[in-house]
Design a protein around this ligand. Structure first.
Ligand SMILES: *[C@@H]1O[C@H](CO)[C@@H](O)[C@H](O)[C@H]1NC(C)=O
Ligand SMILES: *[C@@H]1O[C@H](CO)[C@@H](O)[C@H](O)[C@H]1NC(C)=O
Ligand SMILES: *[C@@H]1O[C@H](CO)[C@@H](O)[C@H](O)[C@H]1NC(C)=O
Ligand SMILES: *[C@@H]1O[C@H](CO)[C@@H](O)[C@H](O)[C@H]1NC(C)=O
Ligand SMILES: *[C@@H]1O[C@H](CO)[C@@H](O)[C@H](O)[C@H]1NC(C)=O
Ligand SMILES: *[C@@H]1O[C@H](CO)[C@@H](O)[C@H](O)[C@H]1NC(C)=O
Ligand SMILES: *[C@@H]1O[C@H](CO)[C@@H](O)[C@H](O)[C@H]1NC(C)=O
Ligand SMILES: *[C@@H]1O[C@H](CO)[C@@H](O)[C@H](O)[C@H]1NC(C)=O
Ligand SMILES: *[C@@H]1O[C@H](CO)[C@@H](O)[C@H](O)[C@H]1NC(C)=O
Ligand SMILES: *[C@@H]1O[C@H](CO)[C@@H](O)[C@H](O)[C@H]1NC(C)=O
Ligand SMILES: *[C@@H]1O[C@H](CO)[C@@H](O)[C@H](O)[C@H]1NC(C)=O
Ligand SMILES: *[C@@H]1O[C@H](CO)[C@@H](O)[C@H](O)[C@H]1NC(C)=O
Length: 516
């Protein structure tokens, strides 16, 4: 199936365009790649054909002022990026097609309903970190231990359903980011960007970040084994109408993209996949910070970036995917019922304490703060501490949120069709919600959910809570930045490494709370 010429030609635009003569270089480069351990020979390997871009070669030679043959590597073939759209046309908006024939997450026969909470593995308490070498070194200068350090050839390919579904989710995320960054550039005029404080160099940075995404999509497609395992780009639906809203949405979307990976990367069976994935997420983390800066938010008001379970990331992402091609791969993760903060702190206000109800634009858990009335906004408000024009750092005099703030919540009942082709169905295995879980930095804490009102006339449920006062370490308030909340039926203790065990207790959410 993966050898279908149409799919190959569609996905590998560069390779298809490469002249026959250059295809020869392909074989030798592929062989080098294989001996370097890159997956090229397995049953559904990605059929990409590296090629030589002669224009790029002459440009490099002309800039250096020496012949291309004198520049090491200049004439080597380069792997192409995965083409984003087979059709080349990307529209935007909600799904309007027929009802899907396949619905729900992929599933086979789950063996249980919740992962048990067990004591620590006894072997984890044996090693003595006392400043000396406990075991014989394998070679000079290399201490004993580590995983994947014994000389076995690296295999850069997913090794379990857990790996596959995690990287597949990552690929869905990379595809939307590629489209979103381009779409922001295409949607607004130079004047609108300038008014938000962006220079032409800033706009080029957005373009460059989009290019990074096509590289990330290519990497993840390879780690999934190529077209047999990868999934193509989809059609998207965005909630913003102004530049500030676009950046606010994007700093939220990249936050759950990054945190989604921090939640699973240390659990992957394939260390090799984790290695390359980390090297892409390090870039993604920089993008998230840049979009905060473009939104006029303080770039990083926390000491640690948090991780969330895959089902949280999928719940946050799915509402923004309207339609996917027929050959898309389905995900196994859960879509929880939607959660909304009715008084989400408005980052476009110079005094966010004045945020009222429903000051968001569009829809979904990453809905951006809507632009406030004239005189109340902070974009272009040239007063130190009260300005949120794009900047390296904007130090807000009035915090967006604070411990003790009353947070008004609204959530859906399960059973709603969401995501690509409206083909995933929201679900919860939890009892009635009693707690709000706050996931930020290294911490997972709860506040009681109060004033609960179920099945209101609009079919929604409402409640409220008080923002807790938690510090990660002294001097570092845990709840700050773009962070995550959800509703649970338990206040059981979870930590960064086992947070996904909370999923059977999640009644609604997650939602991206704009704490700072
Ligand atoms: C450190 O721990 C190892 C393993 O338990 C032990 O062999 C060694 O004597 C200890 N060294 C010191 C200085 O305590
Ligand atoms: C090397 O380590 C891997 C696990 O990282 C293990 O599966 C493999 O058996 C080891 N090989 C040898 C030769 O010890
Ligand atoms: C989603 O809907 C579109 C339009 O009806 C259709 O072409 C496509 O095959 C559908 N995707 C899936 C995965 O069924
Ligand atoms: C910000 O708004 C709050 C709530 O209306 C108000 O109490 C406070 O004085 C305002 N701050 C400033 C600096 O105007
Ligand atoms: C905010 O929106 C919700 C629906 O999401 C609605 O029930 C509520 O009345 C709105 N509140 C205000 C003050 O507009
Ligand atoms: C902001 O105000 C300061 C002085 O109040 C002025 O020097 C500066 O040019 C202003 N900046 C912009 C972008 O208007
Ligand atoms: C930054 O803002 C905080 C309040 O959030 C304030 O205490 C501090 O003085 C400000 N620093 C500068 C340099 O403006
Ligand atoms: C969040 O961090 C910013 C930047 O350091 C700070 O001004 C603000 O007061 C913090 N908010 C809380 C709730 O600690
Ligand atoms: C409790 O919720 C109701 C709506 O269900 C709201 O009218 C009321 O103001 C809330 N009570 C408090 C103390 O906020
Ligand atoms: C709320 O309404 C839904 C259907 O809309 C129903 O399934 C559910 O049992 C109701 N919940 C309660 C607590 O009444
Ligand atoms: C927050 O996380 C840190 C680091 O894991 C931990 O030491 C601290 O106890 C946590 N705080 C709370 C209130 O859970
Ligand atoms: C969990 O809730 C119970 C009451 O239901 C309370 O006694 C306990 O202190 C809570 N634990 C935490 C960690 O909040």
């Amino acid at each position: 199936m993966f050898v279908k010429a149409g799919i190959v030609a569609g996905l590998i635009a560069t390779a298809a365009a490469a002249p026959k003569k250059q295809q020869k270089a392909v074989t030798s480069t592929t062989a080098t790649a294989a001996s370097a351990g890159i997956n090229t020979g397995l049953p559904y390997s990605y059929p990409q054909s590296p090629s030589v871009n002669s224009a790029a070669v002459s440009s490099a030679a002309s800039y250096a002022g020496i012949p291309a043959s004198d520049i090491p590597g200049a004439t080597n073939a380069v792997p192409p990026i995965v083409s984003s759209q087979v059709t080349g046309v990307t529209s935007h908006g909600p799904y309007n097609g027929p009802a899907p024939t396949t619905t729900g997450a992929v599933s086979n026969s789950p063996a249980g309903t919740a992962i048990p909470m067990l004591p620590p593995n006894p072997t984890a308490l044996v090693y003595s970190p006392n400043g000396t070498l406990n075991n014989q070194q394998p070679i000079p200068y290399q201490p004993a231990g580590g995983l994947g350090t014994n000389g076995t050839e690296p295999v850069y390919r997913v090794q379990s359903d857990f790996d596959y579904e995690s990287i597949l989710l990552g690929l869905y995320q990379e595809w939307i980011e590629l489209d979103l960054f381009h779409n922001i550039l295409a949607t607004f005029s130079e004047e609108e960007f300038t008014a938000a404080g962006l220079t032409p160099s800033d706009r080029f940075l957005i373009e460059f970040m989009a290019d990074q995404e096509s590289g990330h999509a290519t990497l993840l497609s390879n780690l999934l084994g190529g077209p047999g395992g990868a999934t193509p780009q989809c059609t998207y639906n965005y909630p913003f109408t102004t530049v500030h809203e676009a950046f606010d949405f994007t700093q939220k979307l990249t936050r759950f993209g990054e945190s989604g990976v921090w939640g699973f990367q240390s659990h992957l069976d394939s260390r090799e996949v984790a290695q390359l994935l980390d090297q892409s997420i390090a870039t993604e983390a920089r993008q998230q910070m840049i979009f905060r800066q473009f939104s006029g938010l303080f770039p990083m008001p926390v000491w640690f970036e948090t991780g969330i379970p895959q089902s949280w990331a999928w719940t946050l992402l799915a509402p923004y995917i309207s339609e996917c091609p027929a050959n898309s791969k389905r995900l196994a993760w859960q879509n929880f019922p939607g959660l909304n903060v009715l008084n989400q702190p408005n980052s476009a206000r110079w005094n966010a304490t004045q945020t009222g109800f429903n000051e968001t634009s569009g829809f979904g858990p990453a809905a951006p703060s809507s632009d406030p009335p004239v005189g109340q906004g902070c974009v272009g408000n040239n007063v130190t501490g009260l300005d949120c024009s794009a900047s390296i750092s904007q130090n807000r005099s009035i915090p967006l949120s604070y411990p003790g703030r009353t947070v008004y919540l609204e959530w859906e009942n399960p059973g709603k069709a969401v995501g690509p082709n409206n083909s995933y169905i929201t679900d919860t295995k939890a009892g009635a919600p009693e707690w709000v879980v706050w996931v930020s930095q290294l911490n997972v804490t709860y506040s009681p959910l109060t004033n609960i009102s179920i099945n209101n006339t609009n079919g929604m449920n409402t409640g409220m809570t008080i923002q807790p006062d938690v510090s990660t370490y002294e001097g570092d308030p845990a709840i700050n930045g773009t962070m995550f909340i959800a509703l649970t039926d338990t206040n059981q203790t979870y930590t960064a490494f086992n947070l996904s065990n909370i999923n059977p207790h999640v009644a609604a959410g997650p939602f991206l709370y704009q704490a700072g």
